[in-house]
Design a protein around this ligand. Sequence first.
Ligand code: ADP
Ligand code: MG
Length: 338
Amino acid sequence: MAAIRQLDDALSNKIAAGEVVERPAAIVKELVENALDAGSTTILVELAEAGLQSIRVVDNGSGIESEDVETAFLRHATSKIQTDRDLFNIHTLGFRGEALPSIASVSHVLVRTSTGEGEGVELQLEGGHLKKRTAAPSRKGTELVISNLFYNTQARLKYLKTSHTEAGHVSDVMNRLAMSNPTVAFEYVHNEKQVLKTSGNGDIRQVMAQIYGRSVATKLVTFQESSLDYQVTGYVCRPEVNRSSRQYLSVYINGRYIRNYALAGAILQGYHTLLPIGRYPVAVVQIEMNPTLVDVNVHPAKMEVRLSKEAELGALLTSAIKKAFQQTQLIPEQQQPK
Ligand code: ADP
Ligand code: MG
């Protein structure tokens, strides 16, 4: 008998789940990103016990066509890309078609969705298997409820930290999504307590005030600069508002939160010598670029990206921030040579 066999879908989804949805915060990120890709303007996220009991995301986006709902839970099924050309020209947050099947393979899922035209659909799945399909109201948008998370992967469940720690990760995710999408009204409720609520009026500074407090928001300096390839905009706090970790520095490329050591370094360099050593700013930095200049398909969670002209972008960031501080007189303008 042959010893090498292809794994069935259920098992390969569970393996993918280990990378894509390693904890509740990762599930929240994937579901909210789907809601954003669907063009939602209001997104409600409700968790019980840091998501270990349940995660509910309700959006008012496009909804899923009735005949597509089952397909959305199949591995590598996506409406966002079709050809390998698309893969290097990504305009959406998702594209791998992995989140829904991965999440569904390790939980119980209830999905209600409607495009607003005709009847909606409700599906119930357990471990990725369809248990029930019924009609749902035709309210446009999608609601997903994830429960019994990791019920069939006990090892994963044991690896999770306390509810407090997991809730902290979820807050981080929600904050980052809210800051990069100021035109979307977010509401995040944990154990029936409202944690975050944004107005969706487009003012990033207001979102930052909600997350970091009014006193930080009054100390923000805005910057904006572009080159042929890039446009960088955002808010950096004045150097006296500094923190002991990098986690208050949020960098986005085309709306996607990313972690990049070199770019973070370039931003710090913009502060010149204003920041004490080992201290980091509170900042929201938005980078817009042609999607062909960035490869987001490096990591399953898509948090690391590969940039083709990283040094050029870094220099632009440094100069944009330095200029902003020069304009506020924090950094003296360079002496003109006589
Ligand atoms: P991806 O986002 O990479 O395409 P997912 O597994 O996250 O893959 O979702 C599969 C598909 O289901 C998406 O491509 C999209 O068409 C649909 N979908 C998922 N969530 C939503 C939502 N909230 N609103 C509308 N469509 C959705
Ligand atoms: Mg997705």
